[in-house]
Design a binder for this molecule. Structure first.
Ligand SMILES: [Zn+2]
Length: 341
């Protein structure tokens, strides 16, 4: 009898969901009166904050423009990063921009075309970057096999495979910024992923970031670490801070409007990716691997954040999270990583 009551309680606890954003207890949310801790303390930007940040953004971008420097945009070819570039170009018609696309070997062909086209359309330079493919696949394979390789907090933010990829993208984008003596790098994080639109990265933060990523690569027994991180000589020479900007946090983020606007600029929706990605063919496997290892959806935190801050309807968000990743995509990715035996 007692055992039965306990198991019922466990089921109720597991299913407890926030009445506002729908997040469940397993994502480390703390509940009071049916609301998660984040919904009780909503930290979305007020319109005053947004205008304050836009003034700040205008100031740093005008400075870059007057010094004839370039803004580096991390460009996956997906809707969010392409829209980030498009929005920057609309607001700042004259500033020089480089769109950097990291090819993780699993980019949808459409994503490569989209990135190139959006650069051409916005008169920006397109720079593709890559690393040794077989070494990268070994890292993905090991990250998929290991449980909790990067700490408990990281599993709430992203899948282990995405954590690797995002880490490399950051290092590559920072490297290109240092090589070009740029002061600004832009990422297309949605308001569900990042709330701080402008972050100042000092040289010591860049060094810390590099060292933390080296620790991750070490855990995965990476054989060629310098290929994956900022060049140490470039970092030594750098004295100024780097601004990390997230323009989507300052816009009225709405997925449908973004796609509609992008399509007017020639952007095409990929047919071969899963519903949580508009650029990567590894994503379906990354999601299923995360579910298998942790019983967590890697996009839950972001999507519940978008719901909480009214950038997405609850129904739409929950539908996205309940959609099963494509089995054929999962099998294809497993085969390429040698995980199908
Ligand atoms: Zn909530």
């Amino acid at each position: 009898m007692g055992k039965c009551l306990i198991s019922q309680f466990v089921i109720v606890m597991k299913e407890l969901k926030c009445k506002m954003c729908g997040i469940s207890k397993k994502h480390s949310a703390v509940f009071v009166d049916g609301l998660c801790d984040q919904c009780r303390d909503i930290n979305s930007l007020s319109s005053f904050d947004i205008s304050k940040y836009l003034i700040e953004l205008d100031k740093i971008i005008k400075k870059t423009e007057s010094e004839n420097k370039k803004i580096i945009v991390a460009l996956s070819g997906g809707k969010d990063s392409c829209y980030t570039l498009l929005s920057l170009r609309k607001r700042y018609p004259k500033v020089k921009i480089i769109g950097v696309q990291f090819d993780n070997g699993f980019l949808s062909e459409n994503a490569i075309d989209n990135a190139k086209n959006i650069c051409a359309k916005t008169n920006s330079e397109y720079v593709p970057v890559s690393v040794n493919e077989s070494e990268l696949n070994k890292l993905f394979k090991k990250a998929a096999i290991l449980k909790n390789p990067f700490g408990k907090k990281s599993i709430l933010r992203a899948s282990d495979l995405c954590t690797i990829c995002i880490g490399i993208v950051k290092q590559k984008v920072f490297s290109i910024a240092l090589k070009n003596d740029s002061d600004i790098v832009a990422f297309g994080w949605t308001p569900g992923q990042s709330f701080n639109p402008i972050i100042c990265l000092s040289k010591s933060i860049l060094e810390w970031n590099r060292n933390e990523f080296i620790k991750c690569l070490d855990k995965l027994s990476c054989k060629n670490i310098p290929d994956f991180v900022i060049d140490s000589d470039l970092l030594k020479k750098r004295s100024d801070s780097l601004f990390l900007i997230h323009p989507l946090s300052l816009l009225d983020y709405n997925e449908k409007k973004i796609v509609k606007n992008l399509k007017k600029s020639g952007w095409k929706n990929p047919k071969d990716t899963d519903s949580n990605s508009t650029n990567c063919l590894l994503n379906a496997f990354a999601i299923s691997n995360h579910f298998e290892k942790y019983d967590l959806h890697p996009y839950a935190l972001e999507i519940h954040g978008l719901i909480r801050n009214k950038f997405m309807h609850k129904k739409e968000g929950l539908k996205k999270l309940s959609k099963k990743p494509s089995r054929s995509s999962i099998l294809l990715a497993k085969k390429r990583l040698g995980l199908d035996e």
